[in-house]
Design a protein around this ligand. Structure first.
Ligand SMILES: Cc1ncc(C[n+]2csc(CCOP(=O)(O)OP(=O)(O)O)c2C)c(N)n1
Ligand SMILES: [Mg+2]
Length: 395
């Protein structure tokens, strides 16, 4: 990314008349993020580093728990991609490379906090306790994308880019009006991508959240790509710096560092719960796979970029840390792999035996109570389905 950021700076300068603010922003963007503004607590080599604003006391059991989460969510993802390739799922949006951003932030949430995901937050779903089968039902096209958001305080997947930031902000304003901010308060986290930051909805959500001091954390996974559009097509300044223009803090965290994502999200959520308002977290990461299984990234990006990010793998660094600090027996890794394989097998078996929904179920849950029009349309559809019964018998 240093190369891209330098390109950003150069093209900002070439526009000349853009003014002091954008030139100084370009100067910041010119610095490699690793040396400048990135919060990191665990290096890609698995070395623990300290940050004055984000102390993190973490036990061996907690580190092992995070490692287990990372490995299992990668395995679920791997299995889902394979299932799509075998025709069992219509589509899948892979989280490969973004496990630390999702597990770190997901494990920073309290049970009463509410999470609003996009369509890629399988790792957050796992941390919230949602059955992975619920995700697969959606991508197999046998559910209306439904689970009960209140069951695990994990809202529905959202395909309309950025729209969930408004839902989350409205929900956070509701928390405020319920008097649930302050000591023992609740907060909201909303996930979105780098591309989503160009949406009007996201910018409107920033304004509402800011002027209302809403208890919401904006968690942007900057995975460098919005399908085939690179980050430099979205912003001339690092994304986290956008927050200051809206009047709330922004922080860039190493999105491949599960410790840093945990610590930064914990702090931002706690601030929101206590009534200190929103924070924008930019988790600086990389989408290692295709945008979805319908995409072919080799058509628009260089493999060298992928190779560079492989060295920053979110799982490998935790493994190296555990080995380095002698917190585990080597058998621990085999145990986690075995457990992940078991979860993968369960996902596969359950996906292949999922019942198809009844066609008429599309009329269910459209309204909280059935309207006359909905009932009439359902009756018409039932009659249409019945018209095939005799036809089948005649064959
Ligand atoms: C309002 C809207 N516009 C366009 C699309 C098509 N679309 C689907 S994903 C995507 C890119 C999103 O990129 P980003 O926000 O970076 O998230 P990522 O997929 O990288 O996680 C687009 C443009 C959409 N779903 N909704
Ligand atoms: Mg993206």
């Amino acid at each position: 990314m240093a190369v891209k950021d330098a390109g950003q700076a150069a093209s900002s300068q070439s526009r000349g008349a853009r003014g002091r603010a954008s030139r100084s922003a370009a100067a910041v963007a010119d610095r490699p993020p690793e040396q400048a503004e990135l919060v990191q607590l665990l290096t890609p080599e698995g070395e623990r580093v300290k940050h004055p604003d984000y102390p993190l006391d973490i036990t061996a059991a907690e580190v092992k728990g995070l490692y287990r989460d990372l490995v299992i969510v990668r395995r679920i993802d791997f299995e889902a991609i394979a299932l799509q390739r075998q025709g069992e799922l219509g589509i899948w949006a892979s989280l490969l490379g973004q496990e630390a951003a999702q597990v770190g932030s997901g494990r920073a949430l309290g049970p009463r906090d509410m999470a609003f995901p996009t369509y890629r937050e399988h790792g957050v779903a796992w941390c919230r306790g949602l059955d992975p089968m619920k995700l697969l039902e959606l991508f197999r096209g046998v559910s209306h994308g439904g689970w009960d958001p209140t069951e695990h305080n994990f809202h529905l997947y959202t395909i309309v880019i950025g729209s969930q930031t408004l839902h989350a902000t409205g929900y956070a304003m509701g928390i405020q009006r319920d008097g649930a901010v302050g000591e023992d308060g609740e907060a909201v986290i909303v996930y979105f991508g780098d591309g989503a930051t160009s949406q009007g909805d996201v910018n409107e959500a920033f304004i509402y959240a800011s002027v209302n001091n809403a208890p919401v954390v904006f968690f942007c996974q900057n995975n460098q790509w919005a399908i085939s559009e690179p980050l430099e097509r979205q912003s001339r300044v690092p994304l986290y710096q956008r927050a200051s223009g809206f009047g709330f803090p922004g922080v860039r965290v190493d999105g491949n560092d599960v410790f840093a994502c945990l610590a930064v999200t914990r702090k931002a959520m706690q601030a929101a719960r206590e009534g200190q308002g929103p924070t924008l977290i930019e988790a600086y990461t990389y989408r290692m796979g295709a945008h979805t299984t319908t995409d072919d990234p080799t058509r628009y990006r260089l493999s060298a970029e992928l190779e560079a990010w492989k060295l920053k793998d979110p799982i490998e660094r935790v493994k190296q840390y555990l080995i380095r600090t002698e917190q585990v027996e080597m058998s621990f890794f085999d145990e986690v792999d075995a457990e992940a394989a078991e979860v993968g097998g369960q996902v596969r078996a359950a996906c292949q035996t999922m019942p198809d929904p009844l066609p008429e179920s599309m009329f269910d849950d459209v309204y909280t109570s059935r309207t006359a029009q909905n009932a009439a349309e359902r009756a018409e559809f039932d009659a249409y389905l019945d018209s095939f019964v005799g036809e089948e018998a005649a064959r």
